[in-house]
Design a protein around this ligand. Structure first.
Ligand code: ZN
Length: 488
């Protein structure tokens, strides 16, 4: 691969030249949502960050297998080893089957991702669909001597692991400090040490989501799913593992330990973490009660919002900051993004209407290289955006006929905008999204109603003409007793 892409590796704490393990193939794993509630701005950031990484790697010519999981079992309240399963709790409160909760919120998550123009991953495995793989993984860690069974549960022996490895190397912690700060009372826990974490938990009698295992009827620990599904789909060693910074500890730290203990090697070459979104400087999250769901953004139905914000405005707002910086949300900041995005989109639309001249009086030759340099510098989207912004006055002067542009330069400018704005940053004009789709559906209905009217008037020529033309375009039209149905 001929490029110099640098990725900041959270593990080494520096930018490293990206060299994939398997030449033109890239394996990328990103921790997906725990599906017990609506997606909010905090979910949008990792999804959009790694969507851009996915798009850019594809653009560079890699064959990317992108795995983003759905967590639907084992994630307990407070991210801890005890407490109720988040899915099971929601199911109990809503009087639903846990899998009804999972399906409902997974559907809604997909809808929100589609609105944000986040490409679907190559594989989206569910934790509950990989219980066997997780049981096998626990067994591997037990066989290697890095875990112990206690009253039907299995715990990872952090202290033993730390004798030959560094538990805490990703998040920059050390076990002595952890033991110091979380000393538990002798004999009050199934765990030997407070730092140990669950690989398998024996289910209490009231626990609904449970599976048979060699140790007890129970369920896997939250951290285990990513070790099991990552290695299943990407192999024992793969290129990129991503997620939000809030997952670094304990989730990713535990994943590193599980893989090293169970497989005898480090699985991940580049660890990538997006920073958090804050509201008024405060962390946003369900537990803090200050989060705004994506649907509330799109509808404007929230006290902190002045009006509805389109999915593309939300996407642009997130991409205006580098993924490793914090982003502080406010309605005013979002309004600024809204204006900025519409300026860019207008510029792009205007660009496509320009009439070329015989020669150029402007120089656009370095725009592509500048954008590429920014993307290759750890996916620096705000710099890409600033380069595109800088081209806007140029477009305006050509439009107003103060300057001229040759056909070749015009095609290059259009191509750079299309590549960076549309294909890589994934921004699209809003009427191509939900509004456009609605209008399109209405237009087809309108045509078919005209056909119905023609039929009533026994105007078979018109009615057949509409039907045949639509069929030729790939529409399937069915007459029903109250009118019609259609699909593509
Ligand atoms: Zn994970």
């Amino acid at each position: 691969m001929e490029h110099k892409l640098y990725i900041y590796n959270t593990l080494s704490r520096k930018k490293e030249l990206f060299v994939s393990i398997h030449e033109n193939k890239v394996g990328m794993y990103v921790c997906g949502p725990t599906v017990y509630g609506d997606a909010h701005l905090g979910h949008a950031r990792p999804a959009i960050t790694f969507d851009v990484v996915f798009r850019y790697l594809l653009h560079l010519g890699y064959k990317v297998r992108y795995v983003r999981n759905i967590t639907d079992v084992g994630h307990l309240e407070n991210d801890a080893d005890s407490g109720e399963d988040k899915i099971a709790k929601k199911a109990r409160l809503d009087e639903l089957e846990p899998m009804e909760v999972v399906q409902y919120y997974t559907n809604r998550y997909h809808k929100a991702m589609e609105a944000l123009n986040v490409l679907p991953p190559s594989i989206e495995p569910h934790a509950s669909g990989h219980i066997m793989e997780q049981i096998d993984f626990v067994q591997k860690i037990l066989d290697a001597g890095f875990a112990y069974e206690s009253q039907g549960s299995v715990y990872f022996d952090v202290e033993k692991y730390n004798q030959s490895n560094h538990y805490g190397k990703l998040s920059g912690r050390n076990i002595e400090d952890m033991l110091e700060s979380t000393r538990d009372l002798e004999g009050q826990s199934e765990k030997r040490r407070s730092v140990d974490f669950a690989l398998w938990k024996k289910a209490s009698p009231e626990h609904i989501m449970r599976w048979k295992s060699p140790w007890s009827e129970g369920f896997p620990g939250w951290h285990l799913e990513c070790s099991a599904m990552g290695t299943k789909y990407l192999g024992e060693q793969f290129d990129i593992h991503g997620g939000g910074m809030d997952l670094m500890f304990p989730h990713h730290e535990c994943e590193i330990a599980q893989n090293k203990a169970g497989l005898g090697k480090d699985s991940v070459k580049y660890w990538m973490h997006n920073n958090m979104i804050t509201i008024g400087g405060q962390k946003m999250g369900k537990s803090l009660g200050n989060f705004i769901t994506l649907e509330e953004f799109f509808s404007g139905n929230h006290a902190l919002l002045t009006h509805p914000f389109s999915p593309m405005t939300v996407r642009f707002f997130i991409l205006q900051a580098h993924y490793r910086s914090t982003v502080d949300f406010s309605s005013a900041a979002l309004e600024a993004s809204e204006k900025g995005l519409s300026r860019l989109m207008e510029g792009y639309a205007r660009l496509q209407k320009l009439v070329p001249s015989s020669k150029s009086t402007i120089d656009i030759s370095d725009l592509r290289a500048k954008c590429e340099k920014a993307m290759c510098d750890d996916f620096n989207t705000p710099i890409v955006i600033s380069h595109l912004f800088n081209a806007l006055p140029l477009i305006a002067t050509i439009y107003l006929e103060f300057q001229m542009i040759s056909e070749e330069d015009l095609n290059e400018l259009i191509s750079v905008f299309k590549l960076y704005l549309v294909d890589l940053l994934g921004l699209r004009t809003e009427n191509e999204t939900s509004n456009g789709l609605e209008a399109y559906k209405k237009a087809i209905d309108l045509l078919l109603n005209l056909r119905l009217e023609a039929k009533r008037n026994k105007d078979w020529t018109t009615s057949d003409k509409i039907r045949n033309k639509l069929t030729a375009l790939g529409f399937e039209i069915k007459d029903t007793k109250d009118g019609f149905e259609w699909k593509i």
